[in-house]
Design a protein around this ligand. Structure first.
Ligand SMILES: CC(C)(COP(=O)(O)OP(=O)(O)OC[C@H]1O[C@@H](n2cnc3c(N)ncnc32)[C@H](O)[C@@H]1OP(=O)(O)O)[C@@H](O)C(=O)NCCC(=O)NCCS
Length: 157
């Protein structure tokens, strides 16, 4: 059974940390590994303040994937997602990507994402659910698509 739970406790933030560290190499900004101490600070400064809204996807009670809605100073909602290595290829990546879009849409705003051009899985997911590329740029030797999702593809509503 698949369930989604909002990250609302230090314990869930720790589960997020473990998942996120498995995915770090594919992040477009911070690819470092996050320590337990840094995650406790993240929980207080970002989650409790509402600057970042996060959730975990559980597959039969076990954390398998995560999604974050990251609010910037201009009020834009940015998506960050990842799937546990051993849980990939089961649709969780698409599920959490859709959940982030739905959570941003609940505030009436589109979702923004940066996706490495060589990230074949996330490229496929984003284009299929309704993201469009609005810019392509280079950062630290990587080519990155800036994408925006105004509304989900009707197949995923
Ligand atoms: C990218 C990632 C989220 C995909 O997660 P996943 O759970 O394996 O993806 P899904 O099972 O939902 O697959 C969705 C589609 O993408 C395709 N796909 C997934 N990984 C792929 C890959 N490495 N290469 C090509 N296609 C891939 C699947 O075949 C599937 O295709 P479909 O349209 O025919 O259904 C996962 O590999 C991951 O967490 N990577 C590291 C973190 C990351 O890249 N996060 C996004 C940062 S922008």
């Amino acid at each position: 059974m698949i369930t989604f739970e909002t990250i609302s406790s230090p314990e869930k933030a720790e589960e997020l940390r473990v998942l996120r560290n498995e995915c770090s190499e594919w992040m477009t900004k911070d690819t470092s590994k996050i320590s337990k101490r840094r995650q406790r600070k993240f929980f207080k400064q970002k989650i409790l303040t509402g600057k970042i809204e996060g959730f975990l996807l559980y597959d039969n009670g076990k954390p398998a994937a995560y999604g974050l809605v990251v609010w910037d100073d201009e009020g834009r909602a940015w998506s960050s997602t990842g799937v546990k290595t051993s849980s990939r290829g089961r649709g969780h990546g698409r599920n959490v990507t859709i959940e982030v879009v739905n959570r941003a849409r609940a505030y009436g705003v589109p979702t923004w994402a940066e996706v490495r051009c060589d990230n074949a899985g996330q490229q496929r997911i984003c284009r299929s659910v309704g993201y469009v590329v609005v810019d392509t740029f280079e950062r630290d030797g990587l080519t990155i698509d800036l994408m925006r999702c105004d509304k989900l593809d009707p197949g995923y509503l």
